[in-house]
Write a protein that binds this ligand. Sequence first.
Ligand code: SF4
Length: 480
Amino acid sequence: MSIDIERFLAILGKEVKNYQVPVVDLIAVQTKDPFKILVATILSARTKDEVTAKSSERLFEKAGTVEKLAKLDETTLQKIIYPVGFYKNKARYLAALPGKMAADFDSKVPSSMEDLLSLPGVGRKTANLVLAQAFGIPAICVDTHVHRIMNIWGYVDTKTPEQTEMALRKKLPQHYWITVNSLLVAFGQGTCRPVGPHCERCVLASGCPQIGVTPRKRKSKKKAKDVQRLISWNVNGLRAVFKKGFIDIVKDMDPDVLGLQEIKAMEEQLPESLQKLKGYHSYFYSAERKGYSGVATYSRHKPENVIRGIGDPRFDDEGRVLTLEFPSYYFLNCYFPNSKHDLSRLGFKHDFNVLLQKFAEDLAMKKSVIICGDFNVAHKEIDLANPRQNRKNAGFTPEECAWMDSFTDAGWIDSFRMKNKEADQYSWWSYRSRARERNIGWRIDYHCVDKNSRKKIVDADIYQHIQGSDHCPVVLDFLG
Ligand code: SF4
């Protein structure tokens, strides 16, 4: 199967407009300065864009010109550019750069491949990027994303980035040479990721041959007879998600028990088909305040008992916890309070957490307990895309993370992390800045299981492909 490269790149041209711009492109657009583009490109090798951006900024504050760079020694440079990858080597190259440029190029960045390759720390990839970005000279910068994606598409069949560059020079229309790197770096970081590419939401999925690709894991509908599929989903308004195909989504997910949070409705405000979801027993626990909070649970089997609330009107008036008791386990559907933008509800949230934990621990003395829901906290740095920027923000404050630490230290098991250690696994994305497309998200929805039921955790997953809310469903297969 051969792809239509013009069509693919045209589609991507529109698609990546909303993606994060690769850092070197950004610096090129902002500065139009060959020296800064060269230095940022050297820093960017084997380094995340966020890290390159910050290190470049620090360096340019002190050395925005080759003359100023000449005044910094290698040790100082190491300190400034840390933690970029291979920072010691890069500091050595940067320390040697001004001397070489002064001796051979009158302290100017040269504009030919041969001259660029003579500079310390500059290989073909860097040289091509500098030629394209700094001088607008047609050059194809082949980094890992360009090499990988061109092979996935079957447009080239090569083993190394150098071979890819040579193959592309022969067949890629020249008007794409300068832009192909930016397009595929942005696309490779946002959708066609090296590990677990998001084929399920890719604009090229219908025409892509996916050579050598293992698409992101999708849950098989099949499960063993004695396994219960438990799903938790903050729907951010049950009536709203109903209009977006909720009934079909539930059919497709096929849960045994489905816990919904933030239903934002009284039972009587819901359409009949939601009040009595076909094939399920339906239970609601709404907030007293209309259009706010509230949880609902649908269960294929009739539970033995239903408990509404946790015995404190401060929380129960907001419809936050609905418990279904089954023969071998309790299913707690919880909507944890949000500590609020100004953190004014941090204390309220902490009180809820403590009481909820006590409530669950009392139940766990009798049988297994699963606490599912929107916990409104990302536990560790791996659980959100931008941990450093959010350290003081609601959902990732030291106080909230400390409670989550104490909760797991008490033996509660985060079932997803027990089964999956990968980064970039999120369950909530802000509606702003197209965060979902760029996967700038948080994992704040969980199924936590009591310490004695570890062996009953069969599998855990996040259904990132399911739309309809700013959260996606999270899944636990549990031996019920
Ligand atoms: S369909 Fe999958 S492999 Fe193909 S380009 Fe899209 S994300 Fe990459």
